[in-house]
Design a binder for this molecule. Structure first.
Ligand code: NDP
Length: 418
């Protein structure tokens, strides 16, 4: 676009000047970009073509009792009801003793993809025989992670087609998510296979399907605790079980079921500075692991209890990427009261299960809109320009109206009258 030549080479002030000179934005709009850029020196180091910082609201998830200890959970989201739902789900579980979490392993996977392969079975066996020396090459490419007690653990070869092999490395990245260190190690292995084995390497990159990074949360709630509006707890528990069954059977329902789980997980991942796209990719791939996309959680009645379980891959780190760069992330880590990637994983899987419980509980009793609407009305009020005490005034006037009139034009009319 004219005027935007070499935009990436300019500094922040120069980029805003381009927007002014090309009349892309008005003075007022440019001022808005400046106001939103609270720490431009940080933003400029994070991404390319930086113009401002986009803000999202952050709130605290409450009532998270996990493995016997209560935590505060910072969550970043623009969606009303998410933090309320998570805190409500967590409160139900807290009353029943809290979440129990478990993880078997915390490792990542990378792939060197070989193409134009002749005799794939024979080549796979030859590469597997040299696993130790290839793992050593990987370790030498990033020795600092080995010093930290991590590094490459295993090598396995998978046949993808008659002409394609995937050489997989399982790597312990310690406290990091590890994308960059994994890619460095994979490229060293790829170079060896290319130059000395004379193989055609198509690519070398980590896999976001992190099946060596699974974390589980379970909870056990006495069914009597779920009784609501004169409906017996047992009946509600049965309906939650049925909802969980539908999410196993129907991908249309499963996508929504899992979106609800990820409402909480994504918000807590964002507040931790981790790569939420990586988490989304891992989780949804895992949801389709047997060939059909299914709900990630399961709910069953066992004796007098409703038992919930969620297992998801959570490739998060406590260092790396933006984590050491954005000052707010250190504050969020302090709020979580516990450092370390494993602790974060436990909180993330628990918030997913709490969010899922809150959504299913609402869906099989009041329906989702009842709880949502009062928060949506706040957004409606703010959206038409209500500020300060006007927001509550508009919301309470909207609540007096029939459901089908609780909309933007009514909010506008009420605000004008105020
Ligand atoms: P970094 O490249 O920032 O690497 C992590 C750093 O943390 C290393 O340099 C390591 O130092 C240091 N470190 C300090 N303490 C520890 C410790 N206890 N354990 C481990 N490392 C430690 O980040 P990652 O490699 O984790 O990569 C994550 C980033 O990569 C994210 O921003 C992500 O968005 C991005 N990314 C994601 C991709 C994907 O998901 N497909 C692809 C490419 C990038 P030292 O080197 O000295 O060991």
């Amino acid at each position: 676009m004219q005027g935007f030549e070499k935009f990436y080479r300019k500094n922040w002030a120069e980029r805003l000047e381009v927007l002014r000179k090309t009349q892309t934005l008005s003075e007022k709009q440019i001022e808005q970009l400046k106001t939103n850029a609270v720490t431009p020196e940080v933003g400029e180091t994070q991404i390319e073509n930086f113009i401002t910082q986009y803000q999202l609201p952050e709130g605290l998830g409450l009532n998270f009792v996990i493995d016997g200890k209560e935590y505060l959970l910072p969550m970043v989201t623009e969606e009303p009801s998410v933090i309320a739902g998570a805190s409500h789900g967590a409160a139900i579980v807290k009353k029943a003793g809290g979440f129990t979490t478990a993880s078997r392993q915390r490792a990542m996977r990378g792939q060197v993809i070989l193409e134009n392969v002749q005799e794939p079975t024979k080549l796979a066996a030859q590469i597997a025989q040299q696993a130790d020396s290839l793992l050593q090459i990987a370790a030498k490419a990033h020795p600092s992670i080995v010093k930290r007690g991590g590094g490459p653990l295993e090598l396995a070869v998978r046949k993808l087609a008659e002409d394609l092999l995937s050489v997989d490395l399982i790597i312990d990245t310690k406290e990091a998510m590890g994308a960059n260190m994994i890619n460095t190690m994979l490229e060293a292995v790829a170079e060896k296979l290319r130059s000395e084995w004379h193989l055609d390497v198509l690519m070398a990159i980590l896999s976001n399907y992190t099946t060596e990074c699974l974390v589980s949360a379970t909870c056990r709630i006495p069914v009597a605790q779920l009784a609501k509006n004169g409906i017996q707890g047992e009946q509600i528990a049965q309906k939650i079980t049925q909802a969980s069954r539908v999410a196993q059977l129907d991908p249309y329902r499963a996508a929504t079921h899992n979106k609800g789980i990820m409402n909480g997980v994504d918000a807590a991942v964002l507040a931790s500075g981790n790569d939420w796209r990586a988490i989304e990719a891992a989780v949804h791939a895992y949801a389709a692991r047997d060939g059909q996309y299914r709900g990630l959680s399961s709910w069953q009645v066992a004796g007098q209890d409703l038992v919930g379980e969620l297992t998801i891959p959570l490739p998060v780190g406590s260092v790396g990427g933006s984590i050491g760069v954005v000052p707010l992330l250190a504050v969020n880590s302090a709020l979580r009261q516990e450092r370390g990637a494993s602790a974060l994983q436990k909180m993330l899987v628990s918030v997913g299960l709490a969010q899922n419980l809150a959504a299913l509980y609402a869906l099989v009793t009041d329906g989702i809109q009842k709880g949502h609407m009062s928060l949506q009305m706040k957004s409606l009020a703010a959206g038409v320009g209500a500020a300060g005490p006007e927001v509550d005034q508009v919301v309470s006037a909207l609540k007096q109206l029939p459901r089908n009139q609780q909309n933007e034009s009514s909010a506008r009319k009420i605000l004008a009258e105020i």
